[in-house]
Every structure is written in structure tokens, then in C-alpha cells.
Design a protein around this ligand. Structure first.
Ligand code: NAD
Ligand code: UGA
Length: 474
């Protein structure tokens, strides 16, 4: 079997960076180069100050300190790296198409296509091309067609390729742990030798029984299906959270009761403001598109309902905030605790905080936003408006529909009429409500969409409390 010496990873993002860092740590004899067309991202990965890496992920910084410039390199020499590599991982983004046929649903494969063309042009000898990005089922066919065109153009058979599907299942915030100890590694392919070459790399730290080998199409489809099933659980529990609030139930009790059934399982049953992240919506939309494309409209409708329920959850929370604050938010100050789509990440893509913040701004509220890892620039990008130049949480203000970011919880909560907890950062669980309530404008509300606060503490502080899925606090 071929000895792998050089790996290239195209795409230095949330998947490419952490995944290659862990492979580098576990396989010290392999030289790995992560390349990206975004030069700024590459220089951030190469920053001497490792606290300034482009991605915040617990445990990542320590690994980078250990392996960077030993057997892990970050470079913008895409062509040269491709030419020197035995295996090329495609880790580029696969966003939803924003125009043309299938806009809003189908995957835009322009980045994957341009990578395949580069590999066709610059690779030498035999190259294993690994789909790590999440792709519509049958994309490997497109990649193979592009790669094989290299032979036609150059009229040379010296280049050969083998395409594998090796989807990534890591979740942000736990990426390093997920990569070091995954539930499974999935490798789909047609060429058994190449499958084993890739499996050998993983076997450096993952037991063989956890490595599942399938055909290409099962592997591609399993990734979309896994994300669809995970998102479906969240929409299911969120639908029941609304039920609880009306009927006297408590969603945490319901989750525990149903999750104790082994067939259901206890994971992924936390009610919240709606799932965010770069992938769930994108991947289900893609599944919806493919279902219609393959003539399965009922299947499309079924999966589309998972997205619809998610949108509804964000809307119903926004509406109930307005209703509890006497039907108007004009000129009121509202603290937003958490802008990332989940805790332990600086990623804001599709975060429920974006839509809920936009709804509140639209109603005329002024938002004081806090997040321990998300930058002001990132919030500007997501909300599409610049922050206000002056303090907004003064005791009186003429402003409406503006926002600012604050760095401490104390300064965020000053003079606010309400606090909306949208990300479950652990620091929000430790807020001294009794102390901080004194600086809030009364009667003040806490809206806990993540069910993280100590309810007794809030009661002691004489604050009004709404908790997701809990009829007692509604
Ligand atoms: P990302 O946007 O963070 O990173 C992608 C990178 O690819 C960017 O830095 C971009 O500049 C680069 N890129 C795009 N086209 C390029 C090209 N032609 N040449 C060189 N570089 C190029 O994306 P991500 O979150 O890392 O996701 C990548 C893929 O992995 C997606 O398909 C996603 O669905 C999948 N995935 C993501 C996660 C996650 O947690 N983020 C988990 C599992 C799977
Ligand atoms: C998800 C999957 O968990 C990964 O397996 C997959 O690889 C990845 O998508 C991907 O393909 O991108 P990620 O989006 O990083 O990972 O994070 P999750 O932990 O799945 O959370 C997604 C969203 O669901 C977050 O907004 C989170 O707060 C929400 N969530 C999660 C809930 O509301 N309740 C839960 O019980 C779990």
C-alpha cells in the first residue's frame, strides 16, 4: 500500500483547520499543508500569537502550538501544494445558491468545482481526492468528470485519480474532542485500495471497528441525512416546548422522560431559540431541493417542515418578548446575551440571535449586545447596520432600533428593560441577578431561551422571568 507522505487540505475554515491539526498531531510522519485562497485567513493561522487564530475552538490553540511548522503548515501556494501531495482533502464551503435555478435551496458547488479543476491541472501521478465538504449526493460524479478531463486535455495517462467521500461530523465547540474520539469515521468509495489508504491514516488513533466503509453515494447521502435527523430532533423538541408553555408542562422534564427510552436517546433534546450554524439549514434545504429534483415532492415537504418550524420558533419568541413588554419596544433597551449560534464558538452563521435581534430592532428596541467571543465587526456583518456611536442604555434615550456591543455583563445590563439569553455560554449561568437587577429599569424581564438561569435567583431579584418550555415561567 502507498506510503502517504504529503497531504494537502484546500480550505482553512472551521473544518479544514481543526481536522488537519488533529491529523497532524496523530500522524507526525505526514506533512500536511492547509491552503486557502483567502490570504488573510492564512496569515491569521500563521499568527505567532496563537490566541488570534481565526477560529475559536476549545483545545485547538494547544495543538496548533505543538504541530504548526513541524508537520502542519498554512500556505497560500495552492498550485504548488497540490502538485506535491498524495492526498487532497476538499474542505471548502458549499453554501446555498443565492441566484438562478434552485436559489435558496440547492448547493452552490462553484468552490468544489474550481478545486477539482486545480487538482486536475496541478496534480502529479496518482492522487486521492477526498470530499470532506458536505455535498449533494452524486457530486463525486462531477468531480470525477472534471479530474478525468485532465487526461483528455493533456493527452496523458500519467495522472490518475481516486475520489473518496469522507464527510465530517464534528460539531463546533467540541470539534477537537469529536475529531479525537469520533463516534465513527465514514469512508465511501469505489476503489478499495484508496479506501484503505485513508482508513490507515485514521487508524493511527481510531479503532478500525469505528471506520465504516460504504459506496460513494451512501456516504454522501449519510452526511445530509445525519444533519437532517439532528435538526429534526431540535424542531421536534421546540414544537413541544410551545405545547408545554400552554399546557402546564416543563420541556426539561419531558426531554428527560422521553430521552430515557433507549430508542429515542437523551442527546439533542434541548429546547432553544431555534437551531443555527452554517450547516443544518443549508443541508436540509439541499435535501429538499434534491427530493424535488428526483421527483419526491412528499419527501421534500416533510424535510422542509423542519426548517419551517425552526423559523417559527424564532418568530414566536420575538413576538412574545414584544407582548410581555406591553406591546411596544420603541426606545426600550434590551440586553442580548449571546450572539454565537451556540456556546464555545465564535461562529455566528445562521445564529438565532441574528433573526431575533433583527425582529426586536424592527420593533424599535435598542439592543445592548454581549458575547464573550464574537467581535463587533462580525455583528455588523450579520445585522447589516453599524453600531450606534453613543451609549444606548442610558436612563432616557430618543434612539430607536440601534445597537451597541459591550464587553462586560455588568455594563450590558445597565438600565435595560429586558434581558434575552440566546446563547448558553457558561458565564451566563453565573450571573449575580440580585446584584445586577438594581441597575436595570423596573419592571424588568428575563427571557431565557436556553433555560440556563437559576430560577430561584431571579425570583429573589424580583425580576419577571420567562423560560423556554416552562409553563411556570410564562
Ligand atoms: P468555511 O467557510 O469556514 O471555510 C471554507 C474555506 O474554504 C474558506 O476559508 C474559503 O476561503 C476556502 N475556499 C473556498 N473556495 C476555495 C478555493 N477554490 N481554493 C481555496 N480555498 C477556498 O467553511 P467550513 O465551516 O469549514 O465548512 C466547509 C465544509 O464542511 C462545508 O461543506 C460544510 O458544510 C462542511 N462541514 C462544516 C462543519 C462545521 O462545523 N462548520 C462540520 C461538518 C461539515
Ligand atoms: C452540526 C452537527 O451536530 C455536526 O455533527 C455536523 O458535522 C455539523 O452540524 C455540520 O455539518 O456542520 P454544529 O452545527 O456545529 O454541528 O453544532 P450543533 O451542536 O449540532 O448545534 C447546532 C444548533 O442546534 C445550535 O444552534 C445549537 O444551539 C442547537 N441545538 C443543539 C439545540 O437547540 N438543541 C440541542 O439539543 C442541540
Amino acid at each position: 500500500m502507498k506510503l502517504i507522505k504529503n497531504i494537502c487540505c484546500i480550505g482553512a475554515g472551521y473544518v479544514g483547520g481543526p481536522t488537519m491539526a488533529v491529523i497532524a498531531e496523530k500522524c507526525p510522519d505526514i506533512r500536511i499543508t492547509v491552503v486557502d485562497k483567502n490570504n488573510e485567513r492564512i496569515s491569521q493561522w500563521n499568527n505567532k500569537d496563537t490566541s488570534k487564530l481565526p477560529i475559536f475552538e476549545p483545545g485547538l490553540e494547544e495543538i496548533i502550538k505543538k504541530v504548526r511548522n513541524k508537520n502542519l503548515y498554512f500556505s497560500n501556494d495552492i498550485d504548488g501544494t497540490i502538485a506535491n501531495s498524495d492526498i487532497i482533502f476538499l474542505c471548502v464551503n458549499t453554501p446555498t445558491k443565492d441566484k438562478g435555478f434552485g436559489a435558496g435551496e440547492a448547493s452552490d458547488l462553484k468552490f468544489i468545482e474550481s478545486c477539482a479543476r486545480k487538482v486536475a491541472q496541478f496534480s502529479k501521478g496518482h492522487t486521492i481526492v477526498v470530499e470532506k465538504s458536505t455535498l449533494p449526493v452524486r457530486t463525486a460524479e462531477t468531480i470525477k468528470t472534471i479530474l478525468n478531463s485532465a487526461k483528455i486535455v493533456k493527452n496523458s495517462n500519467s495522472k490518475t485519480f481516486s475520489v473518496l467521500s469522507n464527510p465530517e461530523f464534528l460539531a463546533e465547540g467540541t470539534a477537537i474532542q469529536d475529531l479525537k474520539s469520533p463516534d465513527r469515521v465514514l469512508i465511501g468509495g469505489e476503489d478499495k485500495i484508496s479506501i484503505e489508504v485513508l482508513a490507515n491514516i485514521y487508524q493511527n488513533w481510531i479503532p478500525n471497528k469505528k471506520i465504516i466503509r460504504t459506496n460513494l453515494w451512501s456516504s454522501e447521502l449519510s452526511k445530509l441525512t445525519a444533519n437532517a435527523f439532528l435538526a429534526q430532533r431540535i424542531s421536534s423538541i421546540n414544537s413541544i416546548s410551545a405545547f408545554c408553555e400552554i399546557t402546564g408542562g416543563d420541556i426539561k422534564e419531558v426531554s428527560k422522560a422521553i430521552g430515557s427510552d433507549r430508542r429515542i436517546g437523551s442527546e439533542f433534546l434541548k429546547a432553544g431559540p431555534g437551531f443555527g450554524g452554517s450547516c443544518f439549514k443549508k443541508d436540509i434545504s439541499n435535501l429538499v431541493y434534491l427530493s424535488n429534483y428526483f421527483g419526491l415532492p412528499e419527501v421534500a415537504e416533510y424535510w422542509n417542515s423542519v426548517i419551517k418550524l425552526n423559523e417559527w420558533q424564532k418568530l414566536r419568541i420575538s413576538k412574545l418578548i414584544v407582548q410581555k413588554l406591553f406591546g411596544t419596544l420603541r426606545g426600550k433597551s434590551i440586553a442580548i446575551l449571546g450572539f454565537a449560534f451556540k456556546s464555545d464558538t465564535n461562529d455566528t452563521r445562521q445564529s438565532a440571535s441574528i433573526d431575533i435581534s433583527k425582529n426586536l430592532l424592527e420593533e424599535g428596541a435598542n439592543l445592548i449586545i454581549h458575547d464573550p467571543k464574537v467581535t463587533e465587526d462580525q455583528i455588523i456583518k450579520e445585522l447589516g447596520i453599524k453600531p450606534h456611536s453613543q451609549k444606548l442604555n442610558k436612563s432616557t434615550t430618543e434612539e430607536e432600533g440601534a445597537w451597541i456591543k459591550k464587553d462586560t455583563i455588568e455594563s450590558t445590563l445597565k438600565n435595560v428593560d429586558a434581558v434575552v439569553i440566546l446563547t448558553e455560554w457558561s458565564i451566563y449561568k453565573e450571573i449575580k441577578w440580585e446584584e445586577l437587577s438594581k441597575s436595570m429599569r423596573q419592571p424588568a424581564w428575563i427571557f431565557d431561551t436556553r433555560s440556563v438561569v437559576e430560577k430561584k435567583e431571579i425570583k429573589k431579584a424580583n425580576l419577571n422571568l420567562w423560560v423556554i418550555g416552562d409553563a411556570e415561567y410564562n
